[in-house]
Write a protein that binds this ligand. Structure first.
Ligand SMILES: NC(=O)c1ccc[n+]([C@@H]2O[C@H](COP(=O)([O-])OP(=O)(O)OC[C@H]3O[C@@H](n4cnc5c(N)ncnc54)[C@H](OP(=O)(O)O)[C@@H]3O)[C@@H](O)[C@H]2O)c1
Length: 343
C-alpha cells in the first residue's frame, strides 16, 4: 500500500480527501493533521469514518510526514510552501490544494496573496494539476499544484475552443457560482447560514484571486493574452459550482458537441451533454465529474458553455487524488467516484 498523509484534516477538502483515501484500493491513510485537534480521534470531527479508521489527528510534524510516500496539503496558502521543500528533499511527493505553486509569477502571487513566496525555487518544477491539460507531466511530477475550483470549471469549459482558435480571446466572460463550502470550514459572518440562506450575491467583483490563475492557463491555450471578465457568486447551497462561460467566436465553430467529445475522449471524468443538454450541479454532487453543456448563437456570433463540478471533488479533493494516482503510477480513476450522491 502507498502511505499518504493529509495536512489539514479538519477542513472540508481534508475530510473529502479522507473519505476518498479511506476507500481507495491502493492507498493507506498513514497520517492526518490538525493543530487544533492534535491527539483527538479522527472520528471526533468526522464520525462517518469511525468504522474505517482509528487514526488520531496529529500535529503537522515533518518527521511524521516524511514517513509517507505522498502528502496532500489541504491547508490555506502559505503552509505548503513552508513544508514542501523538506518533504521533497526526503523523497516524499507533494500534492498541494492551495494556491502556493499555481502562479508562475512571484510578483503576481505576492500581489494577490499578500505574502512573500518562500519556495520560489520550486515554482518552475511544480506542475499545474489539471490532468485534462497536463496528464503526462503530472505522471512525472514530484510536486503538483491543484487548480482552484473556479479555474477548474472555467478552464475545462474554455480550453477546447481556445486551442482551436475559435474565440476572440479579448471577449471571454466567466460568470461563476459556488456553494458555500468553497469558502472553507471557518467562522466568518459571510458564510453563516443566516447570511447565505435564501440569498444570492456576487462577491470578489473588483478582483478575485482565481482571476490571474485562469488567465495564466487560458492564455497558454490561446497562445495570446486574454481579456477575461470573471465574476464569482455565492449560492445558498453547500456543494456544487457552475461556470457559465460566454465568448465571441472568430468563425462558425461547427459541431461543438463533437469538438468537445473529441477533445476529452480520453478523459474519463468529462461528460459532454448532447446539443440540447443543460448540466446541473446535483448530477455531479460527490463525484469527480465535470459536466459540460454547449450552445452557439450564430446571430450574436457567440458561444455559451455551461461547466459544472462539485467544488470539493473535481474542484479540490477528487482532482488531488486523480493527480496522486497519476504520480504513483496507478489508474487515473482509482478510488474516484464517477457517480453522484443524487438522489
Ligand atoms: N473548499 C473548496 O471548495 C476548495 C476548492 C479548491 C481548493 N481549495 C483550497 O484548499 C485548501 C483547503 O481548503 P478548505 O476549504 O478545506 O479549508 P478549511 O476548511 O478552512 O480547512 C483548513 C485546514 O487546514 C488546517 N490548517 C490551517 N492553517 C494551518 C497551518 N498553518 N498549518 C497546518 N495546517 C493548517 C486546519 O486545521 P488546524 O488549524 O487545526 O491545523 C484545517 O484542517 C485552501 O488552500 C483552499 O483555497 C478549497
Amino acid at each position: 500500500m502507498i502511505k499518504v498523509g493529509i495536512v489539514g484534516g479538519t477542513g472540508y477538502t481534508g475530510s473529502e480527501l479522507a473519505r476518498l483515501v479511506l476507500a481507495h484500493p491502493a492507498l493507506e491513510l498513514a497520517c492526518i493533521t490538525s493543530r487544533q485537534d492534535a491527539g483527538q480521534p479522527v472520528a471526533s470531527q468526522w464520525p462517518q469514518f469511525a468504522a474505517r479508521s482509528e487514526l488520531r489527528f496529529s500535529a503537522p510534524d515533518p518527521a511524521t510526514l516524511t514517513a509517507c510516500d505522498l502528502v496532500f496539503f489541504a491547508t490555506p496558502h502559505g503552509t505548503a510552501m513552508a513544508m514542501a521543500p523538506g518533504l521533497l528533499e526526503a523523497g516524499v511527493k507533494v500534492v498541494d490544494l492551495s494556491a502556493d505553486f499555481r502562479l508562475r509569477s512571484i510578483p503576481e502571487f505576492e500581489r494577490w496573496y499578500g505574502m512573500p513566496h518562500t519556495a520560489a525555487e520550486l515554482l518552475e518544477e511544480a506542475v499545474y494539476g489539471l490532468p485534462e491539460l497536463n496528464r503526462e507531466r503530472i505522471r512525472r511530477a514530484r510536486l503538483v499544484a491543484c487548480p482552484g475550483c473556479y479555474p477548474t470549471a472555467t478552464i475545462l469549459g474554455f480550453a477546447p475552443l481556445l486551442e482551436h482558435g475559435l474565440l476572440d480571446p479579448r471577449t471571454l466572460v466567466a460568470d461563476a457560482k459556488s456553494g458555500v463550502s468553497g469558502a472553507g470550514r471557518k467562522l466568518a459572518m459571510g458564510v453563516l447560514y443566516g447570511e447565505v440562506a435564501e440569498n444570492f450575491k456576487a462577491y470578489g467583483v473588483d478582483g478575485h484571486r482565481h482571476l490571474p490563475e485562469i488567465a495564466q492557463v487560458l492564455a497558454e491555450c490561446a497562445g495570446a493574452p486574454l481579456g477575461l471578465c470573471f465574476v464569482p457568486h455565492l449560492l445558498p447551497m453547500f456543494r456544487g459550482l457552475q461556470a457559465t462561460l460566454y465568448a465571441t467566436v472568430t468563425r462558425d465553430p461547427g459541431d461543438l458537441v463533437r469538438l468537445f467529445r473529441e477533445r476529452y475522449a480520453d478523459h474519463p471524468f468529462i461528460f459532454v451533454h448532447d446539443a440540447d443538454g443543460v448540466p446541473e450541479t446535483r448530477a455531479v454532487r460527490g463525484s469527480n465529474a465535470c459536466h459540460i453543456g454547449l450552445r452557439y448563437f450564430p446571430e450574436q456570433g457567440r458561444v455559451v458553455v455551461f461547466s459544472v463540478i462539485d467544488n470539493l471533488v473535481k474542484g479540490a479533493a477528487g482532482q488531488a487524488l486523480q493527480n496522486a494516482n497519476l504520480m504513483c503510477g496507478l489508474a487515473e480513476d482509482a478510488g474516484l467516484p464517477g457517480d453522484p450522491f443524487f438522489p
